[in-house]
Design a protein around this ligand. Structure first.
Ligand SMILES: Cc1cc2nc3c(=O)[nH]c(=O)nc-3n(C[C@H](O)[C@H](O)[C@H](O)COP(=O)(O)OP(=O)(O)OC[C@H]3O[C@@H](n4cnc5c(N)ncnc54)[C@H](O)[C@@H]3O)c2cc1C
Length: 286
């Protein structure tokens, strides 16, 4: 008897709270924070929609109730609080909207749901012989988050190296809960959007043929002539990632060069170790 009463009670409550209630995440936490733990927000609710229709319902419900909506991961990687809806506001994550929508080998494009992680996209593309020509330090970022924050790789070979450069079409749910497909000038205005132009639900990205790269990781225990060293690394490599630890005066860099190695298997070798200068050289072809 008691069980029946509880079930009925929940059913009535769901009806009273409207459609959005039934989409509410059942994960216990009502909190999102960034990777470093420097920002934490306590939204009224965190929704994990599974479809564009569900995103529209959440936005329309929030609009009626005068709530602000923001999209961002429970553990978001941006180093500001831009992904937070704010305390008592409405938070959306696209953790359930993370799939390939359409792959077009003829036109070399792929359309993905915006919650897809960049490493999952790269895994898919590798199997097809294509790639998006940019390397980020971490690849756990979502496509929506990368467009929101203007995530970029590092190369002097191109005028710009953001994921946003590769977008040919965006599908968003705007602030009225309407679906809009953005191309041309509107797309240019929305490529990098800080999450404030609506929920990006799908993105179409231009692909390039995949090519092999040789990766080298080098560490130094001496940061003399740092400026010259950094410029030298940037000018002499296709892509580079440099970490400097001022307190210990250590420096290490990770560089990538296009490789003509035809071997299909990835390889990793420790090429040398210099005990006097403290350098270790690693080389990988992937
Ligand atoms: C260890 C580390 C390494 C990093 N390396 C790099 C790097 O190499 N290059 C670089 O450029 N950056 C780098 N960053 C920063 C990182 O790229 C960005 O923070 C990235 O956007 C985070 O992705 P995310 O999926 O966590 O997005 P979030 O932090 O969740 O969101 C970022 C922004 O996009 C908005 N947003 C998210 N999803 C959507 C959506 N579907 N629709 C609309 N708006 C949305 C959010 O509201 C927010 O404003 C690094 C960060 C860390 C912590």
């Amino acid at each position: 008897m008691k069980i029946k009463t509880m079930v009925l009670g929940n059913a009535l409550l769901a009806a009273v709270m409207g459609t959005a209630f039934s989409l509410h995440s059942y994960e216990p936490e009502r909190e999102i924070s960034n990777y470093q733990g420097t920002y934490t927000c306590h939204p009224e609710a965190i929704y994990d929609p599974r479809s564009i229709d569900e995103v529209q319902s959440i936005v329309q419900d929030a609009l009626i109730r005068g709530k602000k909506v923001m999209t961002g991961n429970r553990k978001f990687a941006s180093q500001i609080d831009a992904a937070c809806a704010g305390d008592d506001q409405v938070q959306i994550t696209l953790k359930n909207m993370n799939k390939i929508v359409h792959f077009d080998a003829t036109n070399k494009t792929v359309t993905v749901e915006a919650g897809m992680r960049f490493n999952d996209l790269n895994d898919f593309l590798r199997g097809q012989g294509y790639a998006i020509n940019m390397v980020t330090e971490l690849a756990i970022f979502t496509v929506g988050g990368m467009l929101g924050s203007g995530t970029h790789g590092s190369t002097l070979d191109r005028p710009s190296n953001m994921l946003a450069d590769y977008v040919t079409q965006l599908k968003i749910v705007d602030g009225q809960g309407e679906v809009r497909v953005l191309e041309g000038d509107l797309l240019d205005a929305a490529r990098v959007n800080l999450g404030v132009l609506g929920v990006v639900v799908e993105a179409t990205l231009k692909l390039e043929d995949a090519f092999k790269v040789k990766a080298e990781v080098t560490g130094y225990r001496d940061d003399s002539d740092l400026e010259d060293v950094v410029l030298d690394i940037a000018h002499n490599n296709y892509s580079a990632n440099i970490a400097w630890f001022p307190r210990s005066r250590a420096l290490h860099h990770h560089t990538l060069q296009p490789s003509t190695n035809r071997d299909r298997r990835p390889s990793l070798q420790c090429t040398s170790r210099c005990h006097r200068c403290g350098r270790v050289f690693l080389r990988a072809t992937v």
